[in-house]
Design a protein around this ligand. Structure first.
Ligand code: TMP
Length: 395
């Protein structure tokens, strides 16, 4: 497509959530070129190549929303707000994962769609109405037949993972009541650009939305944003409140303010992305320089939080086991496996950090606050963290 201009090349990358068993690590990994582009017409920022949903979201998926207190608290707070502001009778969640959001509501009023059956099983076992399905027109029709229309749809960090946005919003229109509300939460492009968090791009994050670009896509489907909230989640996310055009809910000032901020930053201009790409290259150089210097002095460095995002950094900066001994992670599905591409081992987090470790590369920088509280003893004893955002630093 001529409208799409490549602006950032993050190199050859493996599937970010494809944590390897020892035997898998001996075989060749499936890889792709991670190139990020800007659509000069729709203003959408997306990755050029990815894999099909079936390849990425399978019955072996390792991501669990409930692994972080930050996420659990955020879902709890939002649920309270939803109950008091919108009083929905029926709620649908797209990408319900292990139920961290729907668990805040009565079982008979929620429906969850989660394509990864190993994760969906967790809520099914608890008798929630969850379905191991991909979000599509077909799924929406099936849900409609079984449960009728819904008053509220919520989807956190999922819509940006689905390539065919037209299908996504057509399906929303099928299932959402005329006066219903659709809430999307995804990383904010503005924050990504400001903080140089280029690791927001990987095979699953097909899009990083701005309010401007999302608004442009929604328009085609007679949907509109009526409110935007900025969140600290995942290094800066936006929560978009969306309605059908026919719904007369007032459009709040927050939308105008957000659009204004984005225009001021130049989110609709190609030159902004060219400058961002230059900052990313500089960031890589600086991170490599810091790590090399520490290794030269024989420091042991480990990673904390084997995030999918780290895969982009590790493979782009060509960081491997020679630099980072291992990653600690609380997720059972990731433990005793190897990081994709870099093949750095992932070890179960048991609450103690080896005394020899003086430097930790923070893969889960998006949970910095939570992790710094948890690791206050390590910090008190002089332990340091290495963070790549907004620029590579030791703190
Ligand atoms: P995410 O950034 O993709 O949400 O992934 C966060 C990862 O970090 C996930 O694998 C869980 C892990 N993690 C820890 O190991 N310890 C922690 O304290 C937190 C907050 C996350």
């Amino acid at each position: 497509m001529k409208n799409k201009i490549n602006f950032l090349d993050l190199g050859t990358q493996p599937l970010a959530n494809n944590y390897l068993t020892i035997s898998q690590a001996k075989k060749r990994e499936n890889k792709y070129k991670l190139i990020v582009c800007f659509d000069i017409i729709s203003k959408i920022v997306s990755i050029r190549n990815t894999f099909s949903s079936k390849e990425m979201f399978n019955n072996n998926y390792p991501y669990r929303s409930s692994m972080s207190k930050t996420m659990i608290n955020s879902f709890r707070e939002l649920s309270k707000k939803i109950k008091s502001e919108f009083r929905p009778k029926k709620i649908l969640e797209i990408g319900s994962n292990d139920g961290a959001f729907i668990k805040n509501f009565k079982k008979n009023m929620t429906i969850g769609i989660e394509p990864c059956s190993n994760i969906e099983k967790i809520t099914k076992r608890l008798n929630f109405n969850t379905y191991a399905k991909y979000w599509s027109i077909e799924t929406a029709k099936k849900i409609l037949l079984k449960h009728g229309k819904v008053d509220l749809i919520y989807s956190a960090n999922t819509i940006s993972h689905i390539e065919d946005l037209d299908e996504v919003f057509k399906a929303i229109n099928i299932i959402l009541n005329e006066n219903g509300v659709f809430i999307i939460e995804d990383p904010s492009l503005l924050e990504c650009l400001k903080n140089n968090t280029y690791d927001q791009f990987y095979n699953e994050h097909i899009y990083v939305f701005s309010t401007i670009s999302l608004n442009n896509v929604l328009k085609k489907h007679n949907l509109q944003i009526f409110k935007v909230e900025r969140l600290k989640i995942h290094g800066g996310s936006n929560r978009y409140y969306i309605k059908k055009n026919t719904n007369l809910i007032k459009i709040e000032n927050s939308l105008k303010l957000e659009l204004k901020k984005e225009v001021k930053f130049g989110i609709n201009k190609l030159s902004t992305y060219i400058k961002f790409a230059k900052r990313v290259k500089k960031s890589r150089k600086e991170l490599i320089r810091i790590l090399k210097k520490l290794k030269k002095r024989n420091n042991k460095i480990i990673g904390y939080g084997a995030t999918a995002k780290s895969t982009t950094i590790l493979n782009y900066c060509k960081i491997n086991r020679q630099t980072i001994d291992y990653f600690l992670d609380t997720t059972k599905e990731k433990q005793n496996k190897l990081m994709p591409g870099s093949k750095i081992p992932i070890i179960k987090y048991k609450g103690i950090i080896d005394k020899e470790v003086k430097y930790i590369f923070l893969g889960a920088w998006n949970f910095k606050k939570e992790i710094f509280i948890k690791e206050k003893k390590y910090i008190k004893n002089g332990g340091k963290f290495i963070i790549h955002t907004p620029k590579p630093t030791i703190i």
